[in-house]
Design a protein around this ligand. Structure first.
Ligand code: EPZ
Length: 432
């Protein structure tokens, strides 16, 4: 089994290049199923969730060709299979996007219930409700979701989202682009990756207005044609490296970002005493002084992102004073706390609230990643801790971070991937 081995306690200096956004890529790739043509998609991050998404498209009969490390060409003109196998779907949450894209293009979908990080209950009732309002018949049977459009296809309608949901907003958008008439999604999610999906679909001939606001209008069109598209930089990857410098100290230029997408993270780090300089499409993070405490409440965009909650917690473990985190999105996103305590952190959790007493120093220890962002936060804590930290189950982390070890070594971190003899089978199954 491979582990990260880190010798922490060193400030970071240099430059890090950000890759394409994971949560945009895992929606845009399945959305290629809606296109009756060839899509050329650039700035695709090389992460296991993308590899899996491309594997699923190929299994459905798409012609998938990597033109280089980050550019893929996808041709879905000859898809004949609308059923996605369980063993592939279970490995990631984003497999639910296959329902919306297959239903939208072919009028039918049979997709195994999604897997994904264990953040508590992760229902897809809002997705299903949206498909039903568009006229689809749906069923959940034997661990599979079935969806079928009427003979004359889906029809546009008004959909009010009971709860802000990134996945449901994007899935309904995909199902609606080829429906007859206008669909209006109210109380829509506004994350940058929602705008990116809408821009991708519009590049292919869709007619979507208002993405990035809480009202998205989709006027159905006859078909989508091929075209070229480049995925936006990853807001959460950039935020994760900003948190690395915050925790270790140093001066790092984070390149190829959209600073506006980072406003919610930047404002919190500035509150903690970090200097942030926006330099065009780059952002410079400088941390020289001791960190100050702050409070965090995770919210839908443009609020502080839940996907940065474990990472900022790692920084707050080292801040002067008492900080509080209120996890407003997921019911179980503090699974990293027990691992942080092994480093000497002082955190108490009660339901959706974590209270963090800053400590002067963390000390290296063996840790076990338990989900994608918790694993990333353990890397941050290990980089700040004195001594050696080993992190197991790094497959969780590799789902969402492209070349993390190379990028961190490039700014002076002592981190390496080391192979260890396989431990006993009590390790978590490979559901990342
Ligand atoms: C997406 O998950 C992201 N995953 C998550 O990122 C992210 O944490 C989340 O959005 C919130 O920003 C991908 O994009 C692949 P939601 P998603 O639907 O779509 C409830 C990461 O680290 N809900 O916005 O599953 C749900 O339980 C991952 O990159 C329903 O009740 O999140 C949650 O409490 C982790 N019914 C809230 O809504 C539904 O049908 C927000 O979930 C759908 C969601």
């Amino acid at each position: 089994m491979n582990k990260y081995v880190i010798r922490g306690g060193k400030p970071l200096f240099g430059e890090i290049e950000i890759s394409g956004a994971k949560n945009a890529a895992v929606a845009i790739l399945p959305a290629a199923l809606l296109v009756d043509g060839v899509c050329r998609i650039e700035n695709v991050p090389q992460i296991s969730d993308v590899t899996l998404s491309l594997e699923i498209l190929s299994a459905l009969g798409a012609n998938v060709r990597m033109l280089n490390r980050t550019t893929v060409e996808i041709d879905c003109r000859h898809i004949r299979n609308f059923s996605v196998p369980d063993d592939l779907c279970r490995k990631m949450r984003a497999s639910y996007y296959l329902i919306g894209s297959l239903l939208g293009r072919f009028g039918q979908a049979q997709v195994a219930m999604p897997g994904g990080c264990n953040l508590g209950v992760r229902p897809i009732d809002l997705h299903i409700k949206g498909f039903q309002l568009l006229g689809a018949k749906t069923d959940v049977l034997g661990g599979y979701v079935y969806a079928e459009a009427p003979k004359n296809g889906l029809s546009g309608t008004n959909i009010y989202m009971d709860q802000v949901s990134v996945g449901a907003t994007m899935n309904i958008m995909m199902a609606a682009v080829l429906a007859k008439g206008m669909t209006v999604i109210e109380n829509a999610a506004k994350e940058p990756h929602i705008v990116d999906l809408a821009n991708f679909l519009n590049t292919m001939g869709a007619n979507i207005m208002g993405a990035g606001t809480d009202v998205i209008k989709i006027r159905g069109v006859e078909r989508l044609h091929g075209g070229n598209y480049s995925i936006i930089p990853d807001q959460i990857e950039a935020g994760t490296y900003m948190a690395c410098v915050t925790a270790t100290g140093g001066n790092v230029l984070i390149k190829n970002v959209i600073p506006k997408h980072l406003d919610c993270i930047t404002s919190k780090l500035v509150e903690m005493g970090v200097e942030i300089r926006e330099e065009g499409e780059n952002i410079r993070v400088i941390r020289k002084r001791p960190l100050k405490r702050t409070n965090i409440k995770t919210m839908p965009y443009p609020g502080f992102p839940t996907d940065m909650q474990p990472q900022i917690a790692a920084c707050l473990c080292l801040a002067n004073g008492t900080s509080m985190i209120n996890e407003g999105i997921w019911e179980n996103r503090f699974r990293y706390v027990e691992e942080f305590k092994r480093l000497g952190a002082n955190i108490q959790v009660d339901g959706k609230i974590a209270v963090i007493e800053g400590v002067g120093q963390l000390n290296g220890a063996p840790l076990q990643a338990c989900d994608l962002r918790a694993g990333a936060a353990m890397v941050i804590a290990g980089l700040a801790a004195k001594g050696i930290t080993e992190i197991g189950s790094i497959h969780y982390i590799e789902r969402g971070y492209d070349e993390l070890v190379r990028k961190l070594r490039g700014v002076g971190a002592e981190i390496a991937i080391v192979a260890f003899p396989d431990e006993d089978s009590r390790m978590d199954p490979a559901v990342g």
